[in-house]
Design a protein around this ligand. Structure first.
Ligand code: SF4
Length: 258
C-alpha cells in the first residue's frame, strides 16, 4: 500500500490516540460538525478574504472585516440550523482583537494607512503546500515577508497560552519543513496569531526541521496497516468528547471515569 499523505492534523491525531486516527484517516469516518470547528472555519475565511481588499482607512478595515464575518457566518451550514448568538458575539470580539493588534503594527510603521497596509499584507494566504518526499501536506494560513524575514503564521481561536502547546509546535515545525521543501530555504520564523489577543513566535532552525521529519516518518511507519488491532486505544479525558466514543465503548457511557 502506498503511503498515506499526512497533515499536521492527522499526525497530531495519531499522537493523541492511534484508534482515533484509525477511525478518521484509515476508515474515513466523518467527524461530527461542531461549533468550534464551524467558528474557526468562518474566522479563517474572514481573515483570508480581508487581505483581498485594499481598505483606505482603519474604519474601512474594521467595517470590511465585520461585514465579512456576518456574511460567512450566515453562509456556514452549521449556523443555519443552530442558533449561536453568543458564539457570534464572541467571534466578533476575536476579530476585533486581531484587528486591534494588527492596527498597532500598522501604526508603528508611521506611514499613511494604505501604505502600511500594503507593507504588512501577507505575501501568501491559505497556501496549500505539500512534500512528495515526506508525503505530508498542509495549508499555511499566512506567509509574511517583513524586513527581509519570512514568517509563517497560523490563526487560532483558542486561548493565548504562555508557551505554544506541543501540538501547535509540531504543526508549525511541519509548516517550516513544507516551506523548506518548496522554497529550498528555511523560513525565519513560525508562529501563532491567537485571535483572543497576541501572537507567539518561534525561530526556525534545522533542529525544528529535523523534528518535523522525524515525527512525520514515525507516523508513516506506524500507519501502514489497515488492521484496527494495530491502532491502540488511548483512554483519557479526551474520550468523553471524542466523535468515536461509541465506536470504542458502545452506546452505554459506562466507563467509570466518565
Ligand atoms: S474514544 Fe478515546 S480511545 Fe476511542 S478513539 Fe476516541 S480518544 Fe481514542
Amino acid at each position: 500500500m502506498g503511503r498515506r499523505v499526512e497533515s499536521p492534523s492527522s499526525i497530531n491525531t495519531y499522537k493523541q490516540c492511534a484508534r482515533k486516527y484509525y477511525y478518521q484517516y484509515v476508515t474515513g469516518l466523518p467527524l461530527k460538525p461542531n461549533v468550534y470547528f464551524a467558528r474557526g472555519h468562518v474566522a479563517h475565511k474572514v481573515l483570508e478574504k480581508l487581505f483581498s481588499f485594499n481598505p483606505k482607512s482603519k474604519d474601512e478595515l474594521y467595517e470590511t472585516a465585520l461585514r465579512l464575518l456576518k456574511k460567512y457566518w450566515d453562509e456556514e451550514e452549521f449556523f443555519r440550523s443552530n442558533n449561536h448568538t453568543s458564539y457570534f458575539q464572541e467571534t466578533s470580539l476575536m476579530i476585533i482583537n486581531w484587528l486591534n493588534y494588527f492596527s498597532d503594527k500598522l501604526d508603528k510603521l508611521n506611514l499613511p494607512f494604505d501604505e502600511s497596509f500594503v507593507v504588512l499584507k501577507p505575501i501568501q494566504i491559505e497556501q496549500n503546500y505539500s512534500s512528495e518526499t515526506f508525503k505530508v501536506k498542509g495549508f499555511i494560513d499566512v506567509v509574511e515577508s517583513f524586513n527581509g524575514k519570512i514568517r509563517l503564521m497560523d490563526y487560532k481561536t483558542s486561548q493565548l497560552s504562555e508557551e505554544i502547546p506541543e501540538d501547535y509546535k509540531l504543526q508549525l515545525a511541519i509548516y517550516a519543513l513544507l516551506f523548506k521543501e518548496n522554497n529550498n530555504k528555511n523560513p525565519d520564523e513560525v508562529g501563532i496569531y491567537f485571535l483572543r489577543g497576541g501572537e507567539k513566535v518561534l525561530q526556525v532552525n534545522n533542529e525544528m526541521i529535523e523534528y518535523a521529519k522525524e515525527e512525520v516518518n514515525k507516523v508513516h511507519n506506524k500507519t501502514d496497516s489497515n488492521d484496527i488491532n494495530d491502532y491502540a486505544l488511548n483512554i483519557s479525558n479526551f474520550c468523553k468528547n471524542c466523535d468515536f466514543y461509541q465506536n470504542c465503548f458502545g452506546k452505554n457511557k459506562s466507563l467509570g471515569m466518565f
